[in-house]
Design a protein. Structure first.
Length: 349
């Protein structure tokens, strides 16, 4: 029952060309900046957009192969959880979950009985008669998930399923959702902007930019070795490109870095912002990378302060509040940035 797709959609100014595969039980997350093509890919999988090229097959069955094959949305065995859930306001939680079964021809009693079992499974049995406006955000998300899964779809599409929740609720519901996805035997495609949602929920990440796949792999591998500035920003790393010769890398934008292990040829170079220390004068001591920088911006970032620094190379540094106070950091200040070579990794570009 492998999902095998080459999604090609030509919309004039924008062209999507994405290869996707998913095995039964696998969760694949689509990430990318706005306009990358995530929603276009999701709509193509759902049958809301026809492919202009490529193919879409699930378990060997053709869903969309231009120009002769197209399975309309209502005939595709899919479940969808939308960002805003789109529950029917005039129906109870039970009737919302039963809706998909009724639409597929199930009798009212059988549909309600199965819907009741799913509401119990997601912990909402006592809210069976409750209408959406009386549900919390987390409860509405669980009703939407039960409605999507009750029909036992081959493909589950999750469109920013946690985006509407507050931070505290999101943490709890994310953990619950991970448990339900582990038990789901079909293919899951998750569209999200949140790297934490993707890292926690997905088995594999597919990163899109400008309608094309720029990187894919297991979450840990993508986080450890980003290949684009978007991915580096997503996972919170400083990323550069350059040419390596031994332990030295000449960076494309100017400057050079000493790396932990010798390399040769074109490479990516990464290190985390918390590996950067700031000094009023050139630091001495153990061998390290050190270069002059100018403070371009200072902002609170989680439990640290993130400092944006211009130089060769430019760099992001996460420093403590004590460091901010000691150096009296403000835009325009001239400082020295330092990173130990053991903190710097290089890998083939």
């Amino acid at each position: 029952m492998t999902l095998d797709a080459r999604l090609e959609v030509d919309r004039g100014r924008f062209r999507l060309g994405v290869g996707l595969t998913a095995e039964p039980g696998e969760v694949v997350a689509l990430l990318g900046p706005n306009g990358a093509g995530k929603t276009t890919a999701l709509r193509a999988l759902a049958g809301l957009l026809r492919l202009t090229g490529g193919h879409l097959r699930v378990g060997g069955r053709e869903w969309d192969v231009p120009p002769g094959v197209f399975l309309p949305p209502e005939r595709r065995p899919i479940g969808v959880v939308f960002q805003d859930y789109l529950l029917f306001a005039h129906l109870s939680a039970l009737e919302n979950v039963a809706f998909g079964l009724r639409a597929r021809g199930a009798g009212r009693a059988a549909a309600r009985a199965e819907a009741a079992r799913w509401l119990e499974r997601v912990g909402l049995a006592e809210h069976a008669r409750t209408r959406p406006r009386a549900l919390s955000g987390g409860q509405a998300q669980r009703v939407a998930l039960a409605r999507a899964l009750v029909t036992r779809p081959d493909l589950l599409l999750l469109d920013e399923p946690l985006a509407a929740l507050d931070a505290a609720t999101r943490l709890h519901v994310r953990a619950e959702l991970a448990g339900h996805l582990r038990d789901y035997p079909g293919h899951t495609l998750l569209v999200t902007h949140d790297p934490l949602d993707a890292m926690v929920l997905a088995d594999r990440l597919v990163v899109l930019e400008r309608g094309e796949v720029v990187q894919q792999g297991a979450p840990a591998e993508v986080a450890r070795r980003p290949r684009t500035d978007y991915v580096a920003d997503l996972v919170g790393l400083n990323l550069y490109r350059g040419t390596a010769s031994g332990a030295s890398v000449a960076l494309d934008g100017g400057g050079a870095l000493t790396v932990a292990a010798p390399a040769a040829g074109r490479v990516h170079v990464v290190f985390p912002p918390n590996a950067v220390s700031l000094h009023p004068a050139r630091p001495g001591g153990s061998p390290r990378n050190a270069w002059e920088v100018t403070v371009a911006g200072v902002e609170r970032h989680a439990h640290t302060t993130r400092v944006r620094l211009e130089g060769a190379p430019p760099v992001l540094a996460d420093v403590t509040t004590a460091t901010v106070a000691e150096l009296r950091l403000k835009p325009g200040d001239r400082l020295w940035a330092a990173v130990k070579a053991t903190e710097v990794s290089a890998y083939p570009a």
